[in-house]
Design a protein around this ligand. Structure first.
Ligand code: GMT
Length: 380
């Protein structure tokens, strides 16, 4: 039997696909018997530390007067070294190169020896945003090249990363996965709580950062010929206040419902009819996948890796960024054709279960951990 592994995971703990993915990966690894140690400045958003083999180790960040800006990378690195030594970790799996891979590589230098191995997963921003900044570009390139293994969440992100950093390092694509939970409330109950009757419920879940183009989302709802019958539910992982003036200007106050810090997303996913995503950049689109798992078609842009997730014309539609008219046409046609809506939703659910299930994707991560460990001559 293959040995169980001891894995350190570092991610951004705030609401966002990478932290959600990393937390779920931790849960899944622990269920398979591996020992998982989360190391971060705060407990990740959806992390459950009740299993006996999931640990959380907080990193203390001190604000010394000497520093104009508080430093996180160095205390993180020290904590990574300390936990690696104390628990004899095999792997430090870091989500995002900056600053996590940098800190992990430093930790390994401090430890000396052959373990832990550093595996860096790229989620997007390292490449699409920071990769273009000359103050970050060289350190991201360095940390990719000096990680023992590197993964990207889509082929599109891998391609963009190779191009941006001009690197030869092998990058393995491991798509996002999702483990759907049983709703704890009925669809009718949630819809009643939301004040819905026979409204068509569109769902959008994101951190509302500028690349999500919330303005486009709102314009689509406002331009629909079924506007009076529509509700747009935004499960917000960020501040919606900057968008309130647009809602008012478009006169869709009655259409837009916003809920913050929602943990039981399965109840809202179950109560919805369709997912809507207007992102300018999206390396994968975990929330698109979440909608698919609950049997809903998704209308999204064709940015980045989105079309590796949804299949245009079969599980939803993918349009050019900013093509509001096309989105409106797609939305209205699905509202008018419930059997097509159902058919696409079912095709999406089938695709999600087949390609992005936890069994398959977590297996790919575990195999990759073992492959990287084997390369050092030990047999895992
Ligand atoms: O989309 C965001 O702003 C959040 C960001 C994150 O770091 O959590 O999401 C990125 O990672 C997710 C998990 O791999 C991907 O599904 C998202 O597509 C990706 N976001 C972008 O590329 C903008």
């Amino acid at each position: 039997m293959a040995a169980l592994l001891k894995i350190g995971i570092t991610c951004y703990p705030s609401v966002g696909g990478s932290g959600i993915l990393a937390s779920e990966l931790g849960h899944q690894l622990a269920e398979r018997g591996h020992e998982v140690h989360f190391i971060s400045y705060q407990m990740p958003f959806r992390l459950d530390t009740s299993p006996h083999n999931i640990y959380f180790h907080p990193v203390d960040v001190n604000e010394y007067e000497l520093f104009k800006h508080a430093d996180y990378t160095l205390p993180l690195s020290v904590k990574m070294a300390e936990i690696s030594r104390q628990f004899d970790l095999d792997i430090l799996h870091v989500h995002y190169a900056v600053p996590h891979a940098v800190a992990a590589i430093l930790a390994c230098q401090m430890l000396g020896g052959d373990r832990p191995k550093v595996i860096t997963t790229l989620h997007g921003t390292d490449t699409t945003l920071l990769g273009k900044d000359p103050s970050y570009q060289p350190i991201i390139k360095h940390s990719i090249e000096h990680s023992n293994g590197v993964t990207a969440v889509s082929y599109s992100l891998r391609e963009e990363t190779v191009e941006t950093f001009q690197i030869e390092k092998e990058i393995k694509v491991i798509h996002n996965f999702f483990e759907p939970r049983e709703p704890t409330k009925s669809r009718d109950q949630v819809r009643e709580e939301l004040g819905l009757q026979d409204d068509f419920l569109i769902l959008h879940m994101s951190n509302l950062r500028p690349p999500k183009r919330i303005d486009h989302l709102l314009k689509i709802v406002a331009a629909s010929r079924h506007r009076e019958q529509l509700k747009l539910l935004i499960l917000a992982g960020g501040n919606f206040a900057p968008y309130v003036p647009i809602v008012r200007k478009l006169g869709i106050e009655k259409q837009v419902l916003v809920k913050e810090s929602v943990l039981d997303i399965e109840n809202y996913l179950n109560a919805s009819d369709l997912g809507l995503y207007t992102s300018q950049h999206e390396s994968f689109g975990l929330s698109i996948l979440e909608c698919m798992f609950y049997g809903h078609p998704v209308l999204a842009t064709n940015a980045g890796g989105i079309q590796e997730v949804l299949e245009h014309g079969k599980t939803g539609y993918a349009y050019e960024v900013g093509d509001i008219d096309a989105f409106v046409e797609g939305l209205d046609s699905l509202i008018e054709n419930p059997s097509q809506l159902r058919k696409m939703g079912e095709a999406g659910k089938k695709r999600a279960h087949k390609l992005f299930n936890s069994e398959k994707i977590v297996g790919q991560y575990v195999n990759y951990y073992r492959q990287i460990l084997d390369e050092s001559g030990e047999n895992f």
